[in-house]
Structures are given as C-alpha cells and as structure tokens.
Design a protein around this ligand. Sequence first.
Ligand code: AP5
Length: 217
Amino acid sequence: MRLVLLGPPGSGKGTQAIFIEEYFKIPKISTGDMLRLAIKNNEPLGLTAKEVMDSGKLLPDEIIIQLINNRLIQLDCSNGYLLDGFPRNIAQANSLKSSGFELDYVIEIVVPEKDIVERISGRRVHPMSGRSYHVIFNPPIIDGKDNITGDLLIQRNDDREEIVRNRLKIYIQQTRPLIDYYLDLTNNKKIPNLKYRRISGSGSVEEVRNRLFSAIN
Ligand code: AP5
C-alpha cells in the first residue's frame, strides 16, 4: 500500500497517518517530522529548516526531494509507505513520479478553514514520534504527556496564529494545485492503478478514521 495524504495544515493528516501505519504495517513518512528531528539533533539541515519552518514557508525542493528519495529507498519501504506532507507542490510530485516511486492512493482530507486555527491552536505534539494530540478534541490520557512514552508534549513553534495563516496561504498557492494534478492523473488513467479519494475531515478522530478506511477498503 502506497499512499499520499493531502490536506491543509491541521486537517488531521498526522493523526490519521498513525492508524494507517499500524494497520498496513507501513512507515509513515512525514517530511515535517523529519525536519523537526533534524532541528532537535542540531543537524546542518535543521539550521536551514528552523528558520524556514518558523516563518511558515516551504523548504527548497532540492533539499526535500533528496530527503524523501533517501528515505524511500530504505528497506522498510519495500512493502509500501504513507507520505504525509510530501509532495507539497507540483515540482515535488513530478519528482516522485519521475523517480519511479509509485502510488496506489491519494487521499484528500477536507476541513473547513474556520476549524483549522482552532485545531492547531490546541495541538500538542510528541516531538520524537510526531504523535499529535489536541487539548480538547484528542487529549492524551495524562494531561501534557505522550500516551506511549510518557514524555512531555510540546507546542510547535509554527503553530502560532499568524504563522498558521501564512501556512494556509502557502497551502492554497502551492499545495492545493496538486488536487487537479492528481485528479488528472487518475481520471485520465495516466497512472492506471492510482486512485483518488476525497473524504471529510470533520467530526471525531474515530469518524474520520472510519471514513478513511472505507475509502481505501
Ligand atoms: P508539516 O509538519 O507537514 O505540517 P502541515 O502540513 O502544516 O500539517 P500539520 O502537521 O500542521 O497538520 P496535520 O494535517 O498533520 O494535522 P494533525 O493531525 O496534527 O510541515 C511543517 C513545515 O515543514 C512546513 O510549513 C514547511 O516549512 C516544512 N515542510 C514539511 N514538508 C515540506 C515539504 N514537502 N516541502 C517543503 N517544506 C516542507 O491535527 C491537527 C490538530 O487537530 C491536532 O491537535 C489534532 O489532535 C487535532 N485533530 C485531528 N483530527 C481531529 C478531528 N477529527 N477533530 C478535531 N481535532 C482533530
């Protein structure tokens, strides 16, 4: 199973990705998580990434494409993968295609813009794993702590309201065109086995999960 989760910031990609990862036993590959890890480990990539991410902009395509190409050739991707946060624009999607990394599903998660800021402002994350919680909608078992490790949860730097608005603007300009890009590939059968599914990301985490699994049956 090879999938891409597509959707605006805060639409629940990371939250839902965990369920797919567990069910299909495939790695969840989140470029955002990889970059945050590079920042945490003081890697050279982290230095570039921090400034760009804190502003809500996208990192240069060459950096991200190299990161993803190196990741997708790892052994644990041989049975499939789930891409969360990649591709982010047409150039990245073209690179994925021309590098021969195939896809079975592109799943678009739709959430009204008015819900996004509310979701992101209450988000708390476990930086090591990328597990994501919400203080009201998806709280951890113990307040402020990760359910699996018990580590402290943090608030992301780029989750401030003005940065979220910038991320949304960039999503509309650069990432949303991927909807037509993938619809064209699937409707015109340019990639015969590729399927496009659009699901609502509204409702509880469990409702969205059920919708997602029905979409990929
Ligand atoms: P990235 O980490 O990919 O962020 P994003 O795409 O903006 O997505 P988010 O992580 O904000 O949202 P999500 O959809 O995963 O939502 P979540 O499940 O957490 O990227 C960050 C930055 O890295 C970018 O801005 C860029 O700088 C850089 N970057 C990354 N990839 C790049 C690339 N390919 N190219 C260039 N630059 C790149 O849910 C959000 C909240 O809602 C949580 O609190 C959650 O608990 C809650 N929630 C989830 N589901 C529900 C529900 N059903 N009801 C209520 N609340 C819910």
